[in-house]
Design a binder for this molecule. Structure first.
Ligand SMILES: Cc1cc2nc3c(=O)[nH]c(=O)nc-3n(C[C@H](O)[C@H](O)[C@H](O)COP(=O)(O)OP(=O)(O)OC[C@H]3O[C@@H](n4cnc5c(N)ncnc54)[C@H](O)[C@@H]3O)c2cc1C
Length: 450
């Protein structure tokens, strides 16, 4: 794209699922907009996730309302490439104005006039509004405890692709959310000795009484929870669609051959130490698991639903040796550990967004995505409006709210007082064709800020 100087009403940065959803809702409102994506549509699903990854939710659930996955059983879990293809197809469906290969480098509020000036890798853009749809998981986070040991291969889960990528020897996976457990499982199945460092987690049943947990979270109103329970900020969620979708069961993983350890505390001279919290973390996970079964049973009873009983779901496996006698320190060389996979999450990166929309900790300051800097919006962030906000189905609803807000703001700005209306009327009457001097034009290259 060669951009001379584009003027557009709304600029959306990022064309993952959030950017695509934004574009659909803005199109429905007739808002002239442009989406800029530095790579390809839904790039992260293509190149920042491991090869065997499938969606954590079934295909009937993890999608936008306007399109089903083609050739995928609704109860199956779409492979990551199919998810990326899905968003590409979705964008085509409504001819989304997406330009790929354009990096947004800087956004600044104009001084003494409305709107923002945006520097991109292809030129300058002027926009009245900017929607940051750059993702909830942008910058891989590796905690500062990581050892500076060149003999050990270390990578973040976003760089992990498959077991062949790692050197011979045992591997330590730090973090047991959805990524950590799936990667540890894959490595162990590939014949590697695996240590999995497990922190506090929720582990919902994959399915219970013939319904997937996505369904249960929906009918029980849990996807709509507006804020995390206080004290659960560091609790990760362990779910998986791998192998047709199975409940994450840490004791089962231990029986399979994975050595569980508590939270990783420190590395010192080849020695790694762990917190003594493994049993507590598992107990907390069980509590969360059982509480969902209880809520599901109560829902079934209250509504008189005919769903098959599943008493065996309440059976918890006995604690394996690594839980009853936890390892609190490990000599990496003695244990043959040659690599560490850090499944320790992500942070956001808004270094390009130079506006007054962040709190003193650098966190976006917003209400349901409408930021404290008029004209700046965020979409796709965890808990933007509710628990579902960073997930495929949830972001679509948040994007709708933001597009509604933008459309409403445009109506305020389009308000003309009586004297202006009279002047316009006179102007129209003077023109033989009755054409208004300023009309909304959709084509971005000819758009004036309207
Ligand atoms: C391992 C993993 C598995 C997941 N599985 C599921 C799942 O099964 N179901 C589910 O609902 N959710 C899942 N999620 C959560 C969520 O759906 C994804 O993280 C999803 O990618 C978020 O989409 P997004 O559009 O908000 O952000 P992203 O996919 O991160 O898209 C943002 C886009 O912005 C672009 N960009 C960033 N900065 C700039 C810039 N300055 N200029 C131009 N472009 C820029 C990026 O290239 C990127 O393409 C998963 C997340 C992870 C990490």
């Amino acid at each position: 794209m060669t951009v001379e100087k584009i003027e557009i009403d709304t600029l959306v940065v990022g064309a993952g699922q959030a950017g695509v959803a934004m574009s659909e809702h803005l199109s429905n409102h007739g808002v002239p907009h442009l989406v800029l994506e530095r790579h390809r549509i839904a790039e992260r699903w293509r190149s920042e996730r491991w090869d065997s990854l499938v969606a954590n939710g079934p295909a009937w659930h993890d999608r936008f309302p306007g399109l089903e996955f083609e050739d995928i059983d609704p109860d199956a879990f779409a492979p990551k490439e199919r998810i990326a293809d899905y968003f590409e197809a979705y964008a085509k469906k409504f001819d989304a104005p997406i330009r790929t290969g354009v990096d947004v480098k800087k956004v600044e509020r104009n001084v003494g006039r409305p709107g923002f000036t945006i520097e991109t890798s292809e030129g300058v853009i002027e926009a009245n509004r900017v929607v940051a749809a750059t993702g909830p998981f942008q910058r891989p986070v590796i905690p500062p405890i990581a050892p500076e040991d060149e003999k050990i291969t270390q990578l973040h889960s976003s760089e992990y692709r498959n077991p062949e990528q790692l050197p011979e020897g045992a591997v330590m996976v730090v973090g047991a959310g959805s990524s950590g457990v799936q990667i540890a499982d894959e490595l162990q199945r590939a014949g590697k000795k695996v240590y999995l460092s497990v922190g506090p987690h929720d582990r919902p049943p994959r399915a219970y009484r013939n319904r997937d947990f996505c369904w249960w979270l929906g009918v029980l109103g849990k996807w709509d929870a507006e804020a995390m329970k206080p004290g659960t900020e560091h609790v990760t969620i362990a779910v998986s669609g791998a192998h047709g979708g199975q409940t994450v069961d840490f004791r089962g993983l231990a029986n399979q051959g994975i050595t569980l350890v508590g939270r990783t505390k420190a590395f010192d001279d080849g020695l790694v130490t762990f917190e003594s919290d493994l049993a507590d973390n598992l107990a907390r996970g069980d509590e969360n698991y059982l509480s969902l079964l209880d809520a599901a049973d109560a829902y079934i009873a209250r509504n008189g639903l005919d769903l098959p009983e599943e008493p065996e779901a309440r059976h918890i496996l006995p604690d394996p040796e690594c839980v009853t006698h936890p390892i609190l320190e490990l000599d990496l060389a003695e244990a043959g550990v040659t690599s560490i996979v850090w499944a320790t999450g992500f942070a956001v990166d808004y270094s390009w967004l130079n506006v007054n929309a962040f709190d003193e900790n650098g966190k976006p300051r917003h209400q349901r995505g409408v930021s404290s800097e008029p004209g700046i919006y965020f979409v796709g962030l965890p808990w933007l409006s509710r628990r579902g906000s960073s997930f495929i189905w949830g972001v679509w609803h948040d994007a709708k709210h933001i597009a509604d807000h933008i459309a409403t703001q445009r109506k305020y700005l389009a308000y003309h007082d009586a004297s202006r209306r009279r002047a316009e009327e006179a102007d129209r009457n003077d023109r033989p064709d009755g054409v208004r001097p300023y009309s909304h034009v959709q084509n971005v290259n000819t758009v004036r800020i309207s």
